[in-house]
Design a protein around this ligand. Structure first.
Ligand SMILES: [Mg+2]
Length: 300
């Protein structure tokens, strides 16, 4: 193979602990050609290195397979060198920025959690039409008192690790930050505020002033609307190629594929297969490592 067939790519590894990082280093440097510019991003947690390879995607696939085979708890992302820091962060909310599906938790207050969460799971796997599945589940919340929403938020909803660090660090570096959710504005508004996102978009639960009516405002924000939000917000930063998108469900697929860096976060299989890279072992701050931020640059 001649040198002109080789491209320089940046490989980032983020590990759950120091032992996993050491194992990941060994697996990375074994097959790497001309590894250079090794840089620690976080002591014992993450590093990046430039390598020359004929095919960066193949390099990532091979490395991911080796990590999995050896049981190494580390996440990997291989990208072209340069232009890695993105000007827009666009994130799904449920099971991405937060550890729950809000609709499943609301359904618990309505006494129908088992049924609703099964539909949610199938919809997020892409087995059901997103809009029909949402309408059916919201219908089951009919007559739920409005104060239940606040109770649900306070008692059930938790930010996933690194959510606020991710948004605040990117914002501090001039990036736009946005939540785009197939869930509900009641929650996305509060999560945007808690995690430091500048903007949020989601579906609106309709009510009569006292209880939920069981309807959601049309049109429903689904898969295409997420991609449209990405395109619209990225229009003045040079397009979706300069954005990072993160999500876990089938309705995040289009936005993840359209973004310059699309990350599957503990995602459903179809999403993980279509994303540029995945977070399966570490937390949301890994999205900063993938962009070349080191831990000492994280927002305080
Ligand atoms: Mg989700």
């Amino acid at each position: 193979m001649t040198d002109k067939n080789l491209k320089t790519v940046t490989v980032v590894l983020a590990a759950r602990d120091e032992a996993a990082l050491v194992a990941a280093e060994a697996l990375t440097f074994g097959p790497a050609l001309d590894a250079a510019d090794y840089k620690v991003l976080s002591e014992g947690r993450a590093f990046e290195v430039s390598v020359k390879t004929p095919d960066g995607a193949q390099f990532q696939n091979n490395l991911t397979a080796r990590l999995k085979k050896d049981g190494v708890a580390a996440d990997v992302c291989v990208q072209p060198a340069g232009n890695r820091r993105k000007g827009l962060l666009i994130c799904d909310m449920d099971s991405t920025l937060i550890g729950q599906e809000c609709i499943d938790e609301l359904a618990d207050f309505a006494g129908v959690k088992a049924y609703v969460s099964e539909i949610t799971e199938r919809a997020m796997r892409g087995e059901l039409d997103f809009e029909d599945a949402l309408k059916e589940r919201v219908g089951l919340l009919k007559d739920l008192p409005l104060d239940t929403l606040q109770k649900c938020f306070e008692q059930r909803i938790t930010l996933n690790p690194g959510a606020d660090m991710l948004a605040k660090t990117m914002a501090a570096n001039g990036a736009k930050t946005m939540i785009v959710s197939g869930g509900f504005t009641f929650f996305s508004q509060r999560i945007a505020s808690a995690a430091g996102f500048a903007e949020h978009q989601a579906n609106i639960l309709l009510d009569d002033g006292a209880v939920l009516t069981g309807a959601v405002q049309m049109p429903i924000l689904g898969r295409e609307a997420k991609r449209e939000a990405l395109k619209a917000r990225a229009s003045d930063i040079g397009g979706p190629g300069n954005a990072v998108a993160i999500g876990d469900g089938a309705n995040d697929l289009a936005m993840i594929q359209a973004a310059g860096l699309g990350i599957a976060y503990y995602a459903k299989p179809a999403v993980a297969a279509a994303a540029h890279c995945a977070i399966n072992h570490t937390d949301l701050t890994t999205a900063l490592f993938f962009q070349g931020y080191s831990e000492d640059e994280f927002a305080a």
